[in-house]
Write a protein that binds this ligand. Structure first.
Ligand SMILES: Nc1ncnc2c1ncn2[C@@H]1O[C@H](COP(=O)(O)OP(=O)(O)O)[C@@H](O)[C@H]1O
Ligand SMILES: [Mg+2]
Length: 254
């Protein structure tokens, strides 16, 4: 397993935010994290990259307990695209993407051809290669999101964590970004709100509710009419997709 979360608990004070979660993702696959606001998706992503420490349980990367991996090794290996990532406004697009190379560079090593190649490749993958010199503050919300994803890709991670990466994106760019993530040779965990996009692009899904996993499996196994009504409070009609294990959801008003 590339990522394995084993009975992990996280609390703020006396409030349990992540309550005994176990899940795993095979190398190169995409796991979608679903769940209502406040269900613990962002907290779980932070635990997986050790931005937060687990209260109990273990997170393993490639079989090793992350509590025992050095911060530098984690930074070279895992990239996180946060929901509300902030960036200094006085910088250009390429400056932001170059930050992704930081974990790979020693304190005295100079910028290498390899760093340049990783930055250009990342910009190209998100379709922002022609905007390298543009000031961050002049970008639209969707463009900023794509640049943050490029920064994560420039890090050349083997595991990529994304917290609602399609927020602020128009439908074409939502499809482009999720299509890109699903084709990368990288293990990904993606928190998403759109159940149809999750069913289209994720190999497996885990649904969180109040810090617990209430369903996990293929999109078709997880996204049942009953689960959508119980967890999200919405009536829906679920159709089998022509693609194995996937499905389409049609919401019903009222
Ligand atoms: N550091 C913290 N202190 C107190 N409460 C927190 C903290 N971090 C998260 N929470 C709470 O934990 C719950 C889960 O939050 P979060 O992981 O952001 O959920 P999601 O990403 O699914 O919306 C929310 O009720 C949130 O207010
Ligand atoms: Mg969140």
């Amino acid at each position: 397993m590339s990522i394995a979360v084993d009975n992990v608990t996280f609390a703020a004070g006396n409030t349990l935010i992540v309550n005994g979660i176990s899940l795993s993702v095979e190398k190169g696959k995409v796991l979608g994290l679903l769940g209502p606001n406040g269900s613990g998706k962002s907290s779980l992503l932070r635990l997986i990259c050790r931005l937060r420490k687990v209260r109990s349980g273990v997170v393993r990367l490639g079989g090793s307990d992350i509590a025992l991996i050095s911060r530098g090794d984690i930074a070279r290996r895992i990239a996180l695209v946060e929901q509300q990532a902030t960036t200094d406004t006085q910088v250009t697009v390429i400056d932001v993407v170059r930050l992704g190379r930081t974990p790979h560079r020693g304190p005295l090593s100079s910028w290498s051809v390899r760093d340049d190649a990783a930055v250009l490749d990342a910009l190209t993958r998100v379709g922002m290669q022609d905007r390298a010199g543009q000031l961050w503050q002049t970008l639209s919300g969707g463009e900023r999101q794509r640049v943050h994803i490029a920064r994560a890709l420039a890090q050349t991670p083997s595991e990529l964590l994304l917290d609602e990466p399609t927020n602020h994106l128009d439908i074409q760019h939502q499809l482009d970004i999720l299509g890109l993530i699903s084709k990368l040779d990288v293990t990904s965990v993606v928190a998403l709100h759109d159940l149809n996009l999750a069913a289209m692009f994720c190999d497996s899904l885990a649904v969180l509710q109040k810090g617990e996993v209430v369903a996990a499996g293929s999109p078709e196994e997880v996204l049942t009419q009953e689960l959508i009504e119980r967890v999200f409070g919405v009536r829906a009609h679920v159709q089998k997709s022509s693609v194995h294990g996937r499905c389409n959801i049609q919401y019903m008003a009222g």
